[in-house]
Design a protein around this ligand. Structure first.
Ligand code: TYD
Length: 149
């Protein structure tokens, strides 16, 4: 994979994860993610998102205090907006084996979904609503004061 062709990530607490992809011509492709090797933590939760309404749906719109995640677009495409409180960046997600790390205190929004898009997310911990920051003003205020936990 020509990883140097991917646009640099300008926000804090992010990064790319490139997964091994085995192309079997007429028999499709196989993509592999291993905890601690590819995904930079032990997985406790995996979830996927589908049935998106193309250009109407918006997901995310929150940050996490401690949770770490890696997000993939395993089919279709969408726009991932990242915001670390100082820098905002939009990334076109359209490679099935290139994920983005959603680190701590990184506001993220997913939108502009192509038809048939499927998102896959690996998470470092179980679901905990108390770990979410869902209010953008609260998020920027915490960032201004020097970050989460
Ligand atoms: P949310 O994380 O806000 O979704 P997204 O970031 O994709 O827009 O979660 C939506 C709802 O689903 C919310 O009520 C919490 C619930 N939920 C769980 O119960 N467990 C989970 O692992 C996740 C991710 C969400």
């Amino acid at each position: 994979m020509q990883t140097e062709n991917f646009e640099p990530l300008l926000v804090k607490n992010s990064g790319y994860v490139f997964l091994k992809k085995v192309c079997d011509q007429n028999d499709g492709t196989l993509i592999i993610a291993e905890a601690q090797k590819d995904i930079p933590f032990d997985l406790k939760r995996v979830y996927y998102i589908n049935n998106l309404k193309n250009f109407i749906s918006v997901r995310g719109c929150h940050a996490h205090k401690t949770l770490r995640q890696v997000i993939f677009c395993i089919a279709g495409s969408f726009t991932l907006t990242l915001d670390d409180g100082a820098t905002r960046q939009k990334i076109l997600m359209n490679h099935d084996n290139a994920g983005i790390i959603l680190g701590q205190m990184l506001w993220h929004e997913m939108s502009e979904f192509a038809s048939g898009t499927v998102l896959l997310v690996f998470a470092s911990d179980y679901y905990d609503e108390a770990d979410y920051i869902r209010n953008y003003e609260e998020f920027t205020e915490i960032c201004r004061k020097g970050g989460g936990k």
